[in-house]
Design a protein. Structure first.
Length: 185
């Protein structure tokens, strides 16, 4: 990810946000078509991640900077999910999305001072610590995904979500990204 450099700057954060937006926008649009599984609002309230990214990108601290031109794109031929993907597959994909918010909390602690006055809204999530949301998500997933077939589908969903993210990373990304691409290919 763009923030995975030795000394990241706000330009790196801007690029990070653009990659995440390009990753989450089609995934979020697809997930919103469902109201069961991880999209059941009774299990976990929705989190407006795209709005947080857009708010961060619109912040004056980033508007004045020269960053990446435009957002990366995933090849149109890469489908979001197989046609037979059900709730178990979506649990896996959402596992990656929800888990990324835990990483965001780590990044927030690390860069809040260095990137001030930018509020880093995306990394802050909904303003609450991500731990309780993560625990609620994992508990609900454990309850819903328990057969071997469901576990396999959830793993496929998680791999697909990671693959989509990796596909968006610039070719000039660090060696770790090249290694990750080789593993998932």
């Amino acid at each position: 990810m763009p923030l995975a450099v030795a000394t990241p700057t706000l330009v790196d954060y801007q690029q990070h946000l653009r990659v995440l937006h390009a990753w989450l926008a089609p995934l979020d649009a697809w997930l919103q078509r469902f109201s069961d599984g991880p999209q059941d609002p009774a299990l976990l309230p929705p989190l407006a991640r795209l709005a947080l990214i857009e708010r961060d990108l619109a912040h004056p601290a980033l508007q004045a900077m020269q960053g990446m031109d435009g957002a990366p794109a995933v090849a149109a031929s890469q489908p979001l999910a197989p046609l037979e993907a059900g709730a178990a597959w979506r649990w896996g994909a959402c596992y990656v999305v929800e888990g990324s918010q835990l990483g965001g909390a780590v990044l927030l602690r690390r860069y809040a001072g260095a990137f001030a006055p930018h509020p880093l809204d995306y990394l802050s999530g909904d303003g609450n610590a991500p731990g309780p949301r993560w625990h609620a998500f994992v508990a609900a997933m454990r309850h819903a995904v328990h057969t071997p077939r469901d576990v396999d589908l959830a793993c496929a969903g998680a791999r697909a979500a990671f693959d989509r993210l990796i596909a968006l990373l610039p070719a000039s990304a660090p060696a770790e990204v090249a290694a990750a691409r080789a593993v998932t290919a």
